[in-house]
Write a protein that binds this ligand. Sequence first.
Ligand SMILES: NC(=O)c1ccc[n+]([C@@H]2O[C@H](COP(=O)([O-])OP(=O)(O)OC[C@H]3O[C@@H](n4cnc5c(N)ncnc54)[C@H](OP(=O)(O)O)[C@@H]3O)[C@@H](O)[C@H]2O)c1
Length: 396
Amino acid sequence: MKILIIGGTGAMGSPLAKYLSEDKNNSVYIVSRHDHFSWESNVFYVTGDINSEAFFHELIRKKFDVIIDFMIWAPALLKKRLKHIFDNCGQYIAMGTSSEYAGVDGLITEETPRLYDTYSPEERRQGGRYHIKKSKDDDLITASEHGSWTIIRPWVTYNARKNPLVTVPLSVWMWRYLHDRTIFLPRQVMDKKCSLTYGEDAARAIKAMVGNPKAYGQIVNIASNKWMTWAEAVETYQDVLFELRGKVMKLYLLPDASVIWRDIPSQYDPIAHDRCVDRCFSTEKLNELCGEEFVFGDLRECLKMSLEKTLNDPTVKLGAPSAAYQGLMDRLAGEHTPLSMIPKASRKSYKIALSPTKSWVKRVYRSIKGEDLHIPEAQSAANPSLDNKGEQGDNT
Ligand SMILES: NC(=O)c1ccc[n+]([C@@H]2O[C@H](COP(=O)([O-])OP(=O)(O)OC[C@H]3O[C@@H](n4cnc5c(N)ncnc54)[C@H](OP(=O)(O)O)[C@@H]3O)[C@@H](O)[C@H]2O)c1
């Protein structure tokens, strides 16, 4: 099969490319914005930005048996592109997300209502929000007259390069762990259930959908059925890291999660709509499409493999941790990061996060429209004892 993976260097795409290339009858083409060297005779990297019209059309003209797409498309752009995608491939496998689902008691299935389905027209127009964008993309695909699509809905899926702790990005929490800083997590999520999935497991499951006629016209959730509470999951992270580094992960559980999304608005949806509800998934449909029971790995074992690679593989580059996140956590903990450790371009955002003004707080709130946010008092009133502590020391 001639297979195109758009985003084939990511958490799921990279192990998927490895599994698919094991069959030497497959030719695997991987799109990435960066140059990569291929060690396999049947793996070909194509460098370019898929958002570019010229690059997209030149690529898609090459025709593929299967296209596996890991992009988060702007719905307007996907709408323009879908016809070209379907005209040039036999099967189109796209990624939705299980964060689209509304909270339910019990197991989440592919029939569970999505948050989007419960929204008013006004809310639906807030297209910048991740789960709304993904639901709109899904609707465009399912409305297509071509039946040869498959929508995968993964949930939190980690690998060496991508591994959020609740919602804190790996680049932030790992930096803070390695530099003995405190990591702040929302207390509200700790008794909720989560189904963390290893990228290698998700890739095996996606591979089972490739060229599988049973998967045509189907939506399928791919998330581990080995769920646990966030408290248990976080404790597993602590244990595994202690085993690997002999060092304790310093955690502080914030009683009010709005302290996080007040500074980082993009955290509102993931915490309030996703991590704050139980996420336990039925794997019935996945098993049915695979033709057998799909077995997910154990969190402790998979996490150990993943974090070992994060810590020891020199090719794993995490990038600079978000300045806003660092500033927020430094402020709350009264910890101190010298400006010399923050990239020049991010220093302004770091300083703002250290001492948010009232107007900054208001602007952040205005950017999340239509939600009952329980708008608290200004930061200084909410956290008088902690306010601005991060400004102490050499931050100039
Ligand atoms: N991982 C999860 O927890 C999770 C959960 C639910 C849903 N999903 C869905 O799964 C998809 C992401 O999968 P992932 O988490 O495995 O990926 P990922 O680790 O975020 O990697 C994204 C990949 O896309 C490539 N990419 C990004 N923008 C590009 C562009 N403009 N042109 C070309 N390549 C581009 C990146 O390559 P370069 O940087 O090398 O260009 C990278 O290979 C998304 O659709 C997401 O909504 C993921």
